[in-house]
Write a protein that binds this ligand. Structure first.
Ligand code: NDP
Ligand code: MG
Length: 380
């Protein structure tokens, strides 16, 4: 197999660093030819010394200049820098692992330049799933999931006929408040919300895992990625995070994908799948894990799932509003300005105030996103 040339956007984050580890582990198969971040100069410098990418970018202009000084070679900058990297001629796959909405335009640019897209940033498919998937089809490129749940489903669906699929079942760890009573929800602190029981991830997604908004975003992601109605995307709580998701077929049989909760597994599969290359990751010891349990999510405690279902069913610009309002709410919660339970209220009120546009082009999506950010500020 010829090595895959990868452009890594969000190289210094949690997914970015795990991707670096995968590349270091499989040097004959994965080559990082471009990398970008926003402001982490030290993280970029270290990665550049290790991987010698052909081109690098930082969206923060001052930080880009600083990095330029340190590495004594040019650093692309601004949003344009991300698009330049995403379309560089050498690239085979562009992996987008930027937190927030800044990954959307480079993702579309990559598709239009004929690159396969590996998607970690949920925002891309949540905000613009319809557009991204239709562009990918038009340009004959693959959209490869990095999110562990979607990678699991992707693996279970391989070689299957779509009409044989009954439903997709996303597993959720349930987060740190699975057993916390509804009454105690209003006293939840930031420190408590940042303690994830099974995964070690960036701050935004860790809070989203505590509210289950992460699972809501993933329901919408799955809806577009696998072209299936949201009514056939279910969620089951599985606190051990070993079964990464499942597919139920018409005959009642289910397929699941299992592994230790380490993002290097789905990242590797996105980059070199369907090849099953040996790597240096520790094996998953099921006997040591002992018990795998499953339970239904508490929809009253976590209105996020109901809101996601609504956003996914109505579609249009509503998922972008769902995503943007949640982003604002999480930021205000992190700043200590609102309570944990206000996150749900903020998103619901913003969604209720929105008049969705159907089959939105990119500018309508970005407009809805900006509107939701302003609206959400007044919702609580
Ligand atoms: P982190 O916060 O750890 O990292 C974010 C990365 O994005 C950093 O490299 C950051 O650069 C970069 N970045 C942020 N804003 C910009 C911008 N405007 N321009 C360029 N780069 C930018 O996030 P995660 O790695 O946890 O998550 C990344 C995405 O992957 C999210 O959408 C998340 O939902 C998704 N995801 C994450 C999982 C995980 O296990 N962490 C699992 C599944 C999905 P800098 O460091 O310079 O600020
Ligand atoms: Mg996930």
């Amino acid at each position: 197999m010829k090595p895959k040339n990868i452009v890594l956007l969000g190289a210094t984050g949690s997914i970015g660093v795990s991707t670096q580890k995968v590349a270091a582990d499989l040097p004959d198969y994965v080559r990082i030819v471009g990398m970008a971040s926003r402001e982490n100069v030290a993280g970029m410098e270290k990665a550049i010394q290790q991987f010698h990418p052909k081109a690098v970018a930082m969206t923060d202009r001052d930080k880009a200049r600083e990095l330029e000084q340190r590495i004594q070679s040019p650093v692309l900058t601004g949003e344009k820098g991300l698009v330049e990297l995403a379309t560089m001629p050498e690239a085979d796959i562009v992996l987008v692992a930027i937190v927030g909405t800044a990954g959307l335009e480079p993702a579309l640019a990559a598709i239009r330049a004929g690159k396969d897209l590996a998607v970690a940033s949920k925002e891309i498919l949540v905000m613009a799933g319809e557009l991204v998937m239709s562009e990918a089809k038009k340009h004959g490129v693959k959209v490869l999931p990095v999110d562990s749940e979607h990678s699991a489903i992707f693996q279970c669906l391989e070689g299957r006929n779509p009409t044989d699929v009954k439903r997709l079942i996303l597993t959720a760890s349930g987060g740190p408040f699975r057993q916390t009573s509804r009454e105690d929800f209003k006293h939840i602190t930031l420190a408590q919300a940042l303690k994830h029981p099974s995964w070690n991830m960036g701050q935004k997604i860790t809070i989203d895992s505590a509210t289950l908004f992460n699972k809501g975003l993933e329901m919408i992601e799955a809806r577009w990625l696998f072209d299936i109605e949201i009514d056939r995307v279910d969620v089951v709580v599985h606190p051990q995070s070993i079964v990464h998701s499942m597919v139920e077929f018409q005959d009642g049989s289910m397929l699941a994908q299992l592994s230790a909760p380490d993002m290097r597994h789905p990242i590797q599969y996105a980059l070199v799948g369907p090849k099953r290359l040996p790597n240096s990751m520790p094996p998953t010891d099921l006997a040591k894990i002992g018990t795998l349990t499953f339970e239904n999510p508490d929809q009253d405690k976590f209105p996020s799932l109901r809101l996601a279902h609504l956003a996914g069913r109505i579609g249009g610009t509503l998922p972008a509003v769902f995503n943007a309002a949640n982003e604002v709410a999480v930021a205000r919660f992190v700043e200590g300005k609102i309570r944990f339970t206000d996150i749900f209220t903020m998103v619901e009120k913003t969604m209720n105030a929105h008049r969705p546009v159907n089959q939105p082009p990119l500018d309508a999506i970005l407009e809805a996103d900006a509107w939701a950010r302003r609206e959400a500020e007044h919702a609580v």
